[in-house]
Design a protein around this ligand. Structure first.
Ligand code: TUI
Length: 310
């Protein structure tokens, strides 16, 4: 039990990351049913898609679940309203500052937990009424900041009084125990749930994670202002070449359009963007979400000396 299990009403202090295109109601419901917090990731989808996903998730679970709003989505204002109307238990946000939506969400009784990649935004979020923050290190897949989880989490913990959830590079009980040592009250994991039985994605995506090594991910898009970590393939090699040649923003952007869909839906191993974290190299099997969660906390409990039975 931590401040996060109390706040959200879940058994295990673990959130499933709101991964664009990957985190639909299938994995969200599975994680919530297993005692964590499943999260529907809206990514670049719209509010009509989200309403349908929320309804389907409610059919599969009576446990709390959340919605992640990616703030670079052009329909963010409309999606934010649907989140308030639907009164989902928790909202998380990414790739920006959700400040202007916080009063509306709090009025609807929603728990607001922004993802931050630095201390400044964490402090701002606390001041603007966030209930907790997720401090996400650059080990994560997808859109990333600069600081590592090891360096970021204790600095955010020291800077705010609200609970902090650690994210980035966590996929087993060692990562959970280490996060608690850094002062976190919970963890958020993405990549390991991408490699779960319930993730509704192309098998090639899961295979890319299984085959990945410690050094398999690359960050592209820094020059365009949107650094994204993904598993290295033909597309990332082309990206890197363009960036090294100082190609125009438009040229770089055009290469990435639709690439996440190509990875998740088509399983296009050459032309897709397989967003995944550095911990991919440690993941060697596809397991049900319940097994992932239970084995993580069994291992963490042992490491922390809390529970002796196996
Ligand atoms: O948001 C994420 N991860 C994501 S979003 C995404 S979809 C996308 N695809 C291509 C390009 C861009 C996005 C895939 N993965 N994680 C949370 C996160 N937020 N990481 C970093 C940040 C962040 C960065 C800068 C949050 C705020 C920020 O500055 C905000 C401000 O105004 O200070």
């Amino acid at each position: 039990m931590t401040k996060i299990t109390d706040l959200v009403g879940i058994k295990y202090p673990i959130f499933q990351g709101g991964m664009a295109w990957v985190a639909d109601y299938h994995i969200a419901a599975a994680v919530s049913n297993a005692g964590g917090l499943g999260i529907i990731g809206v990514g670049g989808a719209d509010e009509v898609w989200l309403k349908d996903q929320i309804a389907k998730c409610r059919e599969l679970t009576d446990k709390p679940f959340g919605v992640n709003l990616m703030l670079m989505n052009p329909r963010a204002p409309q999606i934010a309203e649907v989140i308030a109307e639907e009164k989902v238990k928790v909202v998380t946000t990414g790739a920006g500052s959700p400040g202007k939506y916080i009063p509306m969400w709090k009025e609807a009784g929603i728990i607001v937990i922004p993802v931050v990649a630095g201390v400044a935004l964490a402090k701002k979020m606390e001041k603007e009424g966030a209930d907790a923050v997720i401090a996400e290190g650059t080990e994560s897949g997808g859109h990333v900041g600069e600081a590592t989880t090891m360096a970021l989490v204790p600095q955010v913990v020291d800077a705010v009084s609200i609970p902090v959830i650690a994210a980035g590079g966590i996929a087993d009980g060692r990562g959970v125990a280490a996060s608690f040592m850094l002062g976190a009250e919970g963890v958020q994991c993405g990549t390991v749930f991408c490699a779960s039985e319930e993730a509704n994605i192309h098998q090639n995506y899961k295979d890319m994670i299984l085959k990945a090594k410690d050094s398999s991910t690359r960050v592209t898009g820094r020059s365009a202002g949107a650094p994204v970590r993904q598993i290295r393939n033909q597309l990332t090699n082309e990206f890197i070449k363009l960036e090294e040649a100082h190609a125009s923003f438009e040229e770089i952007e055009s290469l990435g359009v639709g690439a996440l869909r190509k990875a998740v839906v088509d399983g296009d191993v050459k032309g897709g963007t397989f967003m995944a974290g550095q911990i991919s190299g440690m993941i060697s099997e596809i397991r049900p979400a319940k097994v992932i969660i239970e084995s993580m906390f069994e291992q963490a409990d042992k490491l922390l000396g809390r529970k002796l039975e196996v």
